[in-house]
Design a protein around this ligand. Structure first.
Ligand code: UDP
Ligand code: MN
Length: 756
């Protein structure tokens, strides 16, 4: 009995004991979790502090650098060995420039001012200094830090920094997602107090797992700029742009080119620099010495880090196409994506090898990339060119969004979310990052001007130009607002995958390189989409003076052919403006086979795309493109009468602006045209004829300049040995005569000249 009692007692107390035991275990677990969270919090706070301090140091140095550059004599730069090498290269390149074409100036790149048009003596309106004819990009500013000073400054704050360095290392590996960097007022002394930050950080991790729901729905833009709405951060469904940068810690702060600084090599390196230049048409020798995961300065406008983006952004496949890319730049491109993209948004990185010839891009690349499960390599069996290589990447991509990048870039902190946010808001938005400049000589990371957008000038030459002042004012644009972009540079953009396919992708008939940025830009705008530059997304790119790879066929012909395809499909009546800028020869089918365009033309019809006129008026209204070079009455100076069309033949009448039969256009095709009839020169008996206009017939073309020429105001046949149109003094007929610069009967004036 006693035993039973004891047992019962023990059973009873056993329950209590077990309860106490379980409770204390739970308590302990809670405690450990709390401790862990608070350590994480401390650590992330410390990491944040490092980032803030680093940013401050960088900003200071940048400002200092800017100031010092004003007083720095130019000579200093020219004396530099790297620049010397470059000068040598530029010289050899200059020799070839005359036979390169205008289109080569692309993505801020090449050869704008000298082109084949000028050789043919045609007027090209791209020499306008006010805009985009700089060789690289509009004014840019080097983020040139004094490394020693930057490092010294860092160690000037021992209390914070010492602790950071030790614990920050641990945190960096634990913290996959670092939250937006906090305002600078955050206390450095007592990081634990900042409870909200911790919540945001946990939230950021959580939202990473959220599935995207309605892909097609158009969402309302957040329109929550930094400081505009302080409660917005707590609103469900959005978070501050993630400030993820694995290169912030740890790293070798003294490494060559660290922090995106310019590297000045010694003269003894000249030969090596020169030797290796052609491998990539930039300083390959130097690039190979810079860490493949170097840090670069956060060049975003100040407010960007505070911007909000949606939690359920779509995922993206990043597609790099490359042919014979330099090892170190290819790796740096890939690392910059891995290190600065939120992992939950980065579905994969697809490397499309466009039949490279270099051995290191085969097994060694496979081996290197095998350590990154997200990286896939697609090998093309023959050279396809950048356009079809991108299509190969798109065909296997699994992400919701395609993000195309060149293979010599460095993605900056926070680059991805702002791009995906735009696609999320409207799947027809095609966002492009701001393309910053990585110097081809000293590999420094350089800032570019604000409010720049991609444009074209005739004949479809890509360039950069500032958003007109009145547009900035009217729309109240700030430096971080998306910028409407008439033409994308081409190399770097994101696009909703399904939308890309709905648009019919690129014209697969475009070869190797060139013109595809025009094609996709016109297609996007005219078929209902829009292209924007997103100032909060920044990616550095090495602009090269020359393509470092071979073109399977003649380079110039390849690009010209691509452009002609674009013109034929997209430009409507404006295609004459394109051909009229030195590309008449493309109209000769015997000289140039531009291939079949039926599918592209069908596609445009199917998509019910708008006209090119609409595009010019609505997307790029600041380009002035008259459809005729000159128009109105055609006045003969000697006769003091005007050309008239009567009963199918030419005659003279007293000038009368109200008479339609006296109105002619001098077109881009160099036709003298009234409706569908063109004035033609015929060799036999030097006669003239009125024929139906036909772009391919050279005997309908007349050279004519209003001024600045020995034969100003003459109408010179392009055909039949350059004869001039002359009014017979009695004023009955016109005829062709040998040109005489003094003859007033050979001088003709149109009422309006749109182009000189
Ligand atoms: N590219 C390619 N196949 C080609 C030509 C180019 O895969 O036939 C790649 C090239 O390696 C680069 C991208 O396409 O990553 C864009 O080319 P590039 O950088 O020469 O163009 P740019 O920036 O000079 O306009
Ligand atoms: Mn490039």
């Amino acid at each position: 009995m006693q035993m039973l009692k004891v047992r019962r007692y023990l059973r009873g107390s056993g329950r209590v004991l077990a309860f106490v035991f379980v409770a204390s275990v739970i308590w302990l677990l809670f405690d450990m979790a709390a401790l862990r969270i608070s350590i994480n919090d401390v650590n992330s706070q410390l990491l944040r502090e490092r980032v803030i301090r680093e940013k401050e140091v960088m900003m200071l140095m940048m400002m200092k650098q800017r100031q010092s550059r004003v007083t720095q004599p130019m000579k200093e730069g020219l004396d530099h060995p790297v620049q010397k090498v470059d000068l040598a290269v530029t010289h050899s390149w200059k020799k070839q420039r005359s036979n390169k074409l205008a289109q080569a100036y692309r993505r801020g790149g090449k050869d704008l001012e000298l082109n084949s048009n000028q050789k043919r003596g045609d007027k090209v309106i791209i020499g306008d200094n006010s805009e985009s004819n700089n060789k690289v990009r509009p004014k840019k500013e080097a983020v040139n830090l004094d490394l020693n000073e930057a490092v010294a400054r860092k160690t000037q704050h021992p209390p914070g920094v010492q602790v950071n360095t030790n614990q920050g290392v641990k945190v960096a590996s634990q913290l996959q997602v670092e939250e937006a960097h906090p305002a600078r007022t955050v206390s450095h002394q007592n990081p634990n107090k900042n409870v909200n930050k911790k919540e945001e950080s946990v939230e950021a991790k959580r939202v990473g797992m959220t599935e995207r729901t309605n892909l097609n729905a158009k969402k309302e833009p957040l329109n929550l700029r930094a400081g505009q709405n302080s409660t917005a951060g707590r609103k469900a469904g959005v978070h501050k742009v993630l400030h993820l940068d694995m290169t912030q810690a740890p790293r070798d702060a003294k490494a060559v080119g660290q922090f995106g600084q310019a590297v000045f090599l010694s003269r003894s390196d000249d030969a090596e620099v020169k030797k290796r230049w052609d491998e990539g048409h930039f300083n390959v020798y130097l690039s190979d010495q810079i860490p493949v995961d170097r840090a670069i300065p956060d060049t975003r406008p100040e407010s960007c880090a505070q911007n909000l983006v949606h939690d359920d952004l779509p995922s993206t496949s990043v597609i790099f196409c490359f042919v014979d890319e330099v090892w170190s730049t290819l790796l740096r491109s890939v690392h910059s994506v891995l290190n600065r993209s939120p992992p939950h948004l980065l579905k994969e990185i697809i490397l499309v090898d466009d039949f490279s010839t270099r051995d290191y891009l085969k097994e060694p690349l496979d081996k290197y990339m095998s350590q990154f499960p997200k990286v896939r390599i697609v090998r093309l069996k023959e050279r396809q060119g950048l356009i079809r290589a991108r299509l190969a990447g798109a065909a296997v991509a699994k992400g919701d969004v395609l993000t195309f990048l060149d293979s010599h870039v460095e993605c900056n902190v926070g680059w991805l979310e702002p791009l995906l946010e735009q696609v999320y808001l409207d799947r027809r938005k095609v966002p492009c990052p701001v393309i910053e400049v990585i110097s081809d000589k000293d590999m420094s990371y350089m800032l570019v001007d604000n409010f720049q957008r991609g444009i074209f000038k005739w004949p479809l030459v890509f360039g950069w130009s500032a958003v007109p002042e009145d547009v900035i004012r009217k729309n109240n644009l700030t430096v971080s607002d998306p910028i409407k972009c008439p033409v994308m540079a081409g190399g770097l953009f994101s696009i909703d995958k399904n939308y890309f396919f709905e648009l019919g992708t690129y014209d697969p008939g475009l070869d190797v390189w060139g013109g595809e940025n025009m094609e996709i830009s016109f297609k996007i705008w005219m078929c209902g989409g829009e292209i924007e530059i997103i100032p909060c997304s920044r990616v550095g790119h090495i602009f090269r003076g020359q393509n470092p790879y071979k073109f399977p066929k003649d380079r110039q012909k390849t690009v010209e052919r691509n452009l002609a395809r674009v013109a034929e499909v997209w430009l409507d009546e404006y295609k004459d403006v394109f051909y009229g800028h030195g590309y008449h020869h493309l109209l000769d089918k015997k000289l140039m086979d531009i291939g079949n365009l039926t599918e592209q033309i069908e596609l445009r019809k199917r998509l019910k795309c708008k006209s090119f006129k609409w595009y010019l008026e609505n997307v790029y209204p600041d380009i002035n493109t008259p459809l005729a070079k000159a128009e109105g009455l055609v006045f003969n100076r000697g006769l003091r009468k005007c050309l008239a069309l009567q009963k199918g033949s030419l005659s003279f009448e007293t000038c009368d602006l109200t008479k339609q039969n006296q109105h002619f256009n001098y077109t881009w095709m160099r036709h003298i045209r009234q409706q569908d009839l063109c004035v033609g020169s015929q060799t036999k008996e030097h006669g003239l004829a009125l024929l139906s206009c036909d772009n391919t017939k050279p005997d309908l073309r007349w050279l004519h300049k209003a001024s600045n020429l020995a034969l100003a105001e003459h109408l010179i046949t392009e055909f039949s040995n350059h004869m001039c149109l002359e009014a017979e003094p009695r004023g009955v007929i016109t005829r062709l005569s040998p040109c005489d610069s003094n003859s007033v009967f050979q001088k003709w004036q149109f009422t309006h000249y749109h182009v000189q």
